[in-house]
Ligand binder design. Sequence first.
Ligand code: ZN
Length: 255
Amino acid sequence: MVALVFVLGLIIGSFLNVVISRVPEGRSIWRPPSACPGCATPVAWHDNMPLVSFVMLRGRCRACRMAISWQYPIVEAATAMLFVLAYLTLGPTPHFIVAVVLLAMLVAVTAIDLSRQIIPDVITLPGIIVGVAANLLTGRVTWLESLLGIIGGGGIFLVIILASRGGMGGGDMKLGAMLGAFLGWKIALLALFLAVLTGGIVALGLLLFGRRGRKDAIPFGPFLALGGAVTCLWGPTLLDWYVGHFLVAGIVLIG
Ligand SMILES: [Zn+2]
């Protein structure tokens, strides 16, 4: 079963590569079929197998030997590993299906934000609806928690955008709302907290090692996606731990 989930992840990852390459340019993800960007030779089915073909072709186009982007094998392997992780954590449950849908969207958002510094509305806006619908079908999160998640997840960014005048983008706001729809407000807040924490650590590291100046923007989408992925798998456990420690600390302090 794990092997089957891994292969499913590879296939979805392969599809996500098409989404990542084409959606930001407004091109159709269904047509035309994949072709080499260097020589326009259509990619044959046996050269289009996720991961395997990249290794067989040693990362180069069969016709013109142009290097194939590392994005392809990385996205395929990452999607497959996340799917396996979701299966091992959640088991064969409806929650696994919801997690897999969210994880696939987060992989696409991360790759697009890293390469182009945008988070496309065509992923996040339908994602909000898909998140609410998935929760209505599976009952993982109530519709009210989902709705409050959309308002809370998007609202926090709206406040930041208004306060900072452009420090954060509208794309981050819609991604926050999408996470709220999928995870419900409590887990979404935890996802935001993790995103700020990891984003802060990475920003500080880049600043210390002189890789970025204080004025350079670092895309926040990948950190939001990381927070969303971690909490969609372990959110309730993390929340219990977090709240538990807070309560214990509070009681100790009061005592
Ligand atoms: Zn070529």
